[in-house]
Design a protein around this ligand. Structure first.
Ligand SMILES: Nc1nc2c(c(=O)[nH]1)N[C@H]1C(S)=C(S)[C@@H](COP(=O)(O)O)O[C@H]1N2
Ligand SMILES: [Mo]
Length: 510
């Protein structure tokens, strides 16, 4: 077939795939649009110099510029795939499938992944292959010498018609997806802008350099939103805009309150550095992160509602009908600092972390306090209602257990002989950590150097040094909380109320 036609089949088919993916994503989760997911992946894995350069050069247009550049690269690849398929469709099909697989992986590994979102890259892949095979077939027919007296014009007509249909279909699907699926992204951008202008009555102090030991292997004190651990049951991320959000506070209260998003914005806003932890975290596990949360004091709102005597449970429900039951006395403790949160690390909450509104209660595991996509708060009793995980055998009251974790050396890492630095984190929200001890190969405990405490509701970083000979070594740590209680050695499973035991790491000195 002619070169131009061959290239066009590739371009149209891939354009159609992107459009269909974008449209399906509008229904199953806008961030699962394969085109956008690949764009976000490129941003996430770009070196910082590059993202900084893009910001300073293009300002707020940095993302459109990136997506535009990506579109050009994709369409050039698609054209090449088409050009290499002038006889057989094999190469072009492989190019379309290859891009589809990339889109699938980008969606799968995105921080905002939710299982149903995979339908978008799947639909995209199928649509791309089908469109390519169809156009290729029609184009081959139109390019073949016309059978004597055959209807050559109509074969051309079929080619032009199907190309136009696929092209228009791509545009319509893409535009439709954009129109239907952009509510949350636009709303998030608007909330982020409003938070940037908002006057906070309490700001989180900057994290001092003395709060961690990066030179010894500490992880970043504040976790980026993309790296913040994520645990939820959502098959599909609830998509509600800030403008549509409301939450009723009702049950055993004197005065029911209905909160709208603007009501939250108009209240005193505070920013706090808080460490969240999941009860299902194994000893040494990854389900712990720290962020600067912005929100309003939950306690103040509950005082306005007036909690009736006997309401021992604050029962919160999410837009996806997940529930959590927090002890009322903990939430109401003066100085506990529980938040109805709307911001995280200077932005609106990411959709996967509960946009537009979530709860955060320092010192309680997330499963009974940190409701994302908050929809409803009922003051009730533990007898009257049981939260999602309580119904499934997890604990009723689960304050965070004192724990420590070794981050460096990594398991089975090989480090040079001499003085070996060991570094990690310890936590005991909300009272804080007073001591961490470390030992190597079951030897004597050595007190670790503690970094400065940012506040008692956050993790605390530590390090220790050991002169070690070549060979395999095991390092073990244990933390002591502000009351002088040391984390127990006894191993317990995460279920029902949090793992216990001392973490250990085996590594090699060579
Ligand atoms: N709606 C909803 N909220 C939820 C959950 C959930 O499954 N659904 N999981 C909870 C659990 S178990 C934890 S540990 C925290 C995790 O919050 P993150 O994903 O923002 O880190 O959210 C809590 N809030
Ligand atoms: Mo959790």
């Amino acid at each position: 077939m002619p070169r131009g036609v061959a290239a066009l089949t590739g371009v149209l088919a891939v354009g159609f795939a992107l459009g269909v993916g974008h449209l399906v994503a509008a229904f199953v989760g806008p961030s699962s649009s394969p085109f956008l997911a690949v764009g976000d992946t490129v941003i996430r894995f770009s070196p910082q110099v590059l993202t900084e350069f893009a910001k300073t050069t293009f300002g707020t247009a940095d993302k459109p510029v990136l997506l535009g550049g990506m579109a050009v690269v994709i369409l050039v690849l698609a054209a090449v795939g088409g050009l290499l398929s002038r006889r057989s469709p094999a190469v072009g099909t492989a190019v379309v499938v290859g891009m589809g697989v990339l889109g699938f992986l980008a969606v799968f590994f995105a921080p905002s992944f939710a299982p149903l979102g995979l339908l978008a890259p799947l639909a995209s892949l199928v649509a791309g292959v089908a469109a390519f095979r169809l156009l290729h077939l029609v184009a081959l027919r139109a390019s073949a010498p016309a059978p004597s007296g055959g209807p050559e014009v109509s074969r051309r007509g079929v080619l032009v018609g199907s190309s136009a249909a696929v092209g228009l279909g791509a545009l319509a699907a893409g535009a439709g997806g954009q129109y239907l699926g952009n509510g949350v992204a636009d709303s998030r951008a608007e909330v982020t802008a409003r938070l940037a202008r908002a006057v906070l009555t309490e700001t989180a102090p900057p994290i001092p350099a003395t709060a961690s030991f990066p030179e010894s292997g500490s992880i970043p004190f504040v976790t980026s939103n993309a790296d913040f651990y994520r645990v939820d049951t959502a098959l599909q991320l609830p998509s509600q805009t800030a403008a549509d959000w409301s939450c009723r506070i009702h049950g055993m209260v004197d005065d029911e309150i209905v909160l709208r998003f603007d009501d939250l914005m108009n209240r005193p806003l505070v920013e706090r550095t808080l460490t969240m932890t999941c009860v299902s975290n194994e000893v040494g596990g990854p389900y712990i992160s720290t962020a600067n949360f912005i929100g309003v004091e939950l306690r103040d709102i509950l005082l306005e509602a007036g909690i009736r005597p006997g309401a021992d449970q604050l029962y919160s429900t999410s837009l996806d009908a997940w529930t959590a039951g927090s002890p009322t006395d903990v939430v109401m403790e003066p100085g506990r600092g529980a938040l109805i949160a709307i911001g995280m690390n200077g932005e609106a909450l990411p959709q996967e972390h509960g946009f537009p509104v979530r709860l955060v209660v320092p010192g309680l595991y997330g499963f009974l306090s940190a409701t994302k996509w908050l929809a409803d708060i009922e003051l009730t009793t533990f007898d009257a209602a049981q939260g999602y995980w309580l119904q499934r055998g997890w604990g009723k009251f689960a304050p965070i257990k004192t724990q420590s974790r070794i981050d460096s050396p990594a398991p089975f890492q090989s480090v040079p002989a001499g003085t070996v630095s060991v570094a990690g984190i310890a936590w005991s929200q909300p009272i804080g950590v007073s001591k961490v001890e470390v030992r190597v190969d079951g030897g004597a405990w050595q007190e670790a150097e503690l970094a400065d405490e940012v506040n008692p509701r956050t993790w605390r970083m530590w390090r220790a040094e050991f002169p070690l000979d070549a060979g395999s070594h095991t390092v073990t740590s244990r933390a002591t909380d502000a009351n002088g209680v040391t984390q127990p050695e006894q191993r317990a499973m995460p279920i029902p109320d949090g793992a216990t035991g001392w973490p250990s790491t085996i590594f090699t000195v060579s």
